[in-house]
Design a protein around this ligand. Sequence first.
Ligand code: UD1
Ligand code: M6R
Length: 371
Amino acid sequence: NKGKYEHYMQKEIHEQPESLTTTMRGRLIRGGSCKAKTVLLGGLKDHLKTIRRSRRIVFIGCGTSYNAALAARPILEELSGIPVTMEIASDLLDRQGPIYREDTAVFVSQSGETADTLNALEYALENGALCVGITNTVGSAIARNTHCGVHINAGCEIGVASTKAYTSQIVVMAMLAIAIGADAISNQERREAIIDGLFDLPNKVREVLKLDQEMKDLAKLLIAEQSLLMFGRGYNYATALEAALKVKEVALMHSEGILAGEMKHGPLALVDENLPILVIATRDGCFSKQQSVIQQLHARKGRLVVMCSKGDAASVSVGGSSRVFEVPQVEDCLQPVVNIVPLQLLAYHLTVLRGFNVDQPRNLAKSVTTE
Ligand code: UD1
Ligand code: M6R
């Protein structure tokens, strides 16, 4: 049932304040006056000690689920102190990459039925790793075959393009980071700040959804383009990859997510006055580096669209030539949840304006059950 919406993707983008609330329900504990704020993940509480003892945490997934894990990687590294590595499921299998008994392997999948991810799970089980699932589908193969896990509870996702599952996956992995790090006094303040940020996140997403019309106007400007680059770094490298994936798969436009730190190692050669480039430059530890990236792109006459935090428009628009839009600022590790929303809207409007099928893009299936 699409309710008042024209497409499932549109509905699922707009219901994110609610899906995020459901994802967090019963899992965030804000104690009384002297009781600390904590996270309770029922499916993991008996396994946290084992996870803390592991030598490495390895995230395994495909497509959007991989991107969600990439967005959560920095906060997991920070709060757990454990090395976190990333694997695209098919690539791990192609290489038969090393997985050890001392590893915690985290399988991220909306459907819980993706063949590549399932095969990687079987492989990790054979190699003796602790296998943790993060999935949206109760009773799915990944939920059943992992040792333990967390359901993201985002509600049924029907559009082939994953939207609300992505933001709920990031939130679950941020909660996972807090749960794993909960035995360290040293980062208690940081954990509590993130928990406060999580409580307020649905409101911030509600606020950023108001950019709908602005994203539609932007889509009108980009409708006939051949290609769109997305520059991000740090917490928002994943945002760039995920935004590009959305534009590719539904709007059928070439798009590439680029790690801004790699700009001078190749991509800069593409920059001219014609190719549109979207730069994510919200406030975090990388902001000043991203400002200098904007200046360098501008010096090459790049056609820029910049996403920045509220009040920063003047600090990111060099010479007033780029198009800028502002998003609400949240705790740095949660910013990817806010930042992807306008880009989901952009991909959605581009698709509708270009006349393509939003919910069933050509050649794709919601759940990829073959290798
Ligand atoms: C569980 C109940 C929820 C109830 C809550 C009350 C289920 C599915 N969930 O939620 O309805 O409101 O208790 O305390 O009955 N698991 C995996 N792999 C996965 C995902 C989950 O093994 O990929 C396992 C977990 O380790 C856990 C079980 O499935 O044993 C349920 O996980 P989850 O729904 O996340 O647990 P709770 O949030 O505690
Ligand atoms: O169900 P999963 O999360 O395992 O699916 C993984 C990918 O197939 C999926 O995210 C795909 O990339 C989406 N269509 C992206 O929107």
